[in-house]
Design a protein around this ligand. Structure first.
Ligand SMILES: *Cc1c(COP(=O)(O)O)cnc(C)c1O
Length: 450
């Protein structure tokens, strides 16, 4: 009985909170609305609408802010959607290490303090033949740390054709300035020769820097020194060569339509002293910045107090180790970003066909299949795109923008592309098992519109 009394009291309290209609209409925003639309139009606020709004507002307020979404944009490494999804085995490793104690910095052989970088160092040695590897927060941190350690107070030489900006305000000139290195630009936007680098070397020079122009292409009348020329020039002057590879491509993706991505292993073999790349782009792992290369330079970088400030936590190490282990085992299909790149047009077309049938049968929504393009994204391979079949959708009575907005409000949110007044779904980036969620989202929208 107590319980009922309590809930009826709570009910009464809630009722007292409902404002009188006159009080509502007297408020500034509603007065302005009534003046604009006429008071009659305001009466469309029904109990149904209020009910839905209250449910939606309350659900949203208790939900986590960071949530899983369905990526139907076709952009595989979508920076706004979290770049590479982890392989399930990598996510499980991170969860296990997160919820238990670990030998993060403990040498199990000797029973004494160990190094947290030992875990990934071992794997990159096996995979890339690297003498030594360090992992920091992201590639921006990796470049900052390399430049700060090697070139603070001196100069670094970079080609004008490689002074890139990556989305999210990573700019080579700004990173270099903050690291305390003076940037010496050589060559021109489209053509830089090895002799331009050579002419810029002076007693203040601390390093030569090469940057992968990952998110744009300069085509036409262009020239860029060969990597081997850069290595030779650096050697002859007793300088280190630092290379920012951007994407961290570890295997040749040429057979899967990704041409011209430089491989980290090739740079090391060519003799680059410090190679940096991201963990969550083409590598397909967690957000991280990998610094790999020759031991003397990496040991210096490790001694920089900023390394302590930029180091990664055990979750990242666990996920990265598990991801790199998949490369070592040759199990590339287990890495979602690589599986998406490798998915054939036929596979995607078949899924698109099945989704279109389901949408018609269950939601009464008619979808059209058309050809289109997926892109890699994340500042990778601007020249390449992958061919998918797209599902193009119209829902009676909804504009493309309104339909896309409703998809974003679905649970889980579905992020689609809107192009030329159409909502397009690209299943290349929709994970296995999520097609059903997309279908459910449409069923709900169709019900709301009925
Ligand atoms: C993406 C990218 C970066 C930045 O990497 P983050 O891991 O996002 O910090 C730096 N340089 C190049 C060439 C890139 O492509």
């Amino acid at each position: 009985m107590k319980h009922t009394e309590a809930s009826s009291e709570a009910g009464a309290a809630l009722l007292r909170q409902i404002p009188a209609v006159d009080e509502l209409l007297a408020r500034a925003a509603l007065r302005e609305l009534a003046a604009r639309l006429g008071r009659g139009d305001l009466s469309i606020v029904s109990v149904d609408v209020l009910e839905n709004e209250i449910v939606a507002a309350t659900e949203t307020s208790v939900e986590p802010s960071l949530r899983a979404v369905v990526n139907a944009t076709g952009v595989i490494l979508h920076t706004n959607l979290g770049r590479a999804p982890l392989a399930p085995v990598a996510a499980r490793r991170a969860a296990e290490i997160a919820s238990r104690y670990s030998n993060l910095e403990y040498d199990l052989e000797r029973g004494e303090r160990g190094r947290r970088d030992a875990h990934t160092d071992r794997l990159f040695r096996r995979l890339l033949g690297a003498e030594m590897t360090l992992v920091v927060n992201n590639n921006a941190a990796a470049m900052f740390l390399a430049l700060n350690t090697i070139a603070e107070g001196g100069e670094v030489v970079v080609s004008r054709g490689e002074l890139i900006e990556i989305g999210g305000s990573f700019r080579i000139p700004d990173i270099s300035a903050k690291s305390g290195a003076v940037l010496r630009e050589v060559g021109t936007t489209n053509r830089t020769r090895i002799s331009d680098f050579e002419a810029a070397i002076n007693e203040r020079t601390r390093a030569l820097v090469r940057v992968h122009p990952s998110n744009f292409r300069i085509v036409g009348f262009t020239e860029r020194p060969e990597l081997r020329e850069m290595v030779e020039l650096a050697r002859n002057h007793g300088l280190p060569l630092i290379e920012d590879l951007g994407s961290g491509c570890l295997v040749d993706l040429g057979p899967h339509g990704i041409e011209g991505e430089p491989l980290a292993g090739e740079s090391l073999k060519a003799g680059v002293d410090v190679v940096t790349f991201s963990g969550d782009k083409l590598l397909g792992g967690p957000q991280a910045g990998v610094l790999t290369g020759s031991r003397p330079w990496l040991e210096r970088i490790r001694k920089n107090p900023l390394f302590r400030a930029l180091r990664v936590d055990k979750l990242t190490i666990a996920a990265l180790e598990a991801t790199v282990a998949l490369y070592l085992g040759g199990d590339l299909r287990a890495i979602p970003a690589l599986a998406m790149i490798q998915a054939s047009k036929d596979e995607i077309a078949e899924r698109a066909g099945r989704l279109a049938e389901r949408l018609l049968a269950r939601a009464g929504v008619s979808a059209r299949l058309e050809d289109g393009e997926s892109v890699i994204g994340g500042g990778s391979t601007p020249g390449s795109s992958l061919p998918p079949r797209l599902v193009s959708i119209r829902v009676e009575g909804l504009s493309a923008a309104e339909l896309a907005a409703r998809l974003r409000r679905s649970r889980p949110p579905v992020i689609a592309r809107v192009e030329r007044g159409e909502v397009l779904l690209d299943l290349r980036t929709v994970l296995g098992g999520e097609d059903e969620l997309v279908s459910k989202a449409f069923e709900k929208i169709a019900l709301e519109c009925a």
